[in-house]
Ligand binder design. Sequence first.
Ligand code: URA
Length: 433
Amino acid sequence: MRMVDLIQQKRDGGRLSREQLYDIVRGFTRGDIPDYQMSAFAMAVYFRGMDEEEIADLTLAMASSGDVVDLSGIHGTKVDKHSTGGVGDKTSLIVVPLVAAAGVPVAKMSGRGLGHTGGTVDKLESIRGFRIELPKEQFIRNVNENKMALVGQSGNLAPADKKLYALRDVTATVNSIPLIASSIMSKKIASGADAIILDVKVGSGAFMKSLEEAKTLASAMVSIGKSLNRRTIAVLSDMSEPLGTEVGNATEVAEAIEVLRGHGDARLTEICLTLAAYMALAGGAYPNFAAAKLGLKELLDSGQALATFRKFVEAQGGDPAIVDDPGQLPQAAYQVKVRAEQEGYVQAIDAEAVGVSAMLLGAGRATKEDPIDYAVGISLRKKVGDAVAFGDVLAVIHSNREQNQDSMERLLHAYAIGADKPELVPVVYEVIE
Ligand code: URA
């Protein structure tokens, strides 16, 4: 069938068969289907949607368009996690060693950050000597020996998705549940794990701004996972303010170490324990969720999770001394305090605005090619619900520039301060499995 007929079929509200979706994905990956036709197809899906079977078929077609990682050399049930992205989201740095310390293998591939959200791989590269690329045999060996390895995503993982995402980005078709769900899940399926825990972020700093939208996306991804025989659980979690207190790269690594020491921010620790508990449960380490959370908390408090993180850093060429002394991570030249200009309680912190401020300081990239300054970032000294007096420090800017007036103003605007103490939203809204 010609591509024009398949576009028309979808445009008119019809469904596409597995063979038709495979033909589209194969043709597009090879370059036989031009960008203008693929864009029209994405727009037809945007307006007409897809049923569960179509989404699963599209996912599998994209997952098999490039490398499919073979993790069969790793003993045990391999679990993976994915976050839909947010500001200050350093959960992978905490959750992966925590789950590994419980004996469940995690062979993780992570992406780089773009725009106002950071990437795990960039954060890890702030550690002197750390290598995010490992030969495949070493990746497998490290997971077997230390139960964890974390590398950058291979360039040829789900190339159809990479090409399609670039088109969606410039044709106003990113925000489509079937396209987002199949995009995320195609990379997870190609990454080879047996079980997938999804952290679907909700709020001003996330892709999904409302709980309803987030639930629809989570359900679509869980149903893809099920139909492709991967145990899949989605945790809907809050991203209405930045996660934890640090936004940056080296500063986020330092905060992750603090949580692994058992002394981290309470909300950040809670979401990490929840995600880790579902991963450890899927990996068969505990009989139920309550036992998993309790057991994992002990692994934090006893220092076992931190010890796993130290071994992981060393095994990938990083300097393990930073684990005992995070002060050895890159430090910015200037620390600039942003002070409150009114008193009251913090009602809200615009996560996206904080993310953009950090990016403009050099902690993130506006385009793929931009270099990163690992030392810079923002420390939030007041979070939602905290009382504030006039002149209190709301945030500290870590900068390598002498002039930071623009960042100070942007951060001041990101804080909403009002008279009444606000109700805190839950850290975890719901779990879909
Ligand atoms: N993240 C992805 O990987 N794909 C999307 O479509 C949206 C977010």
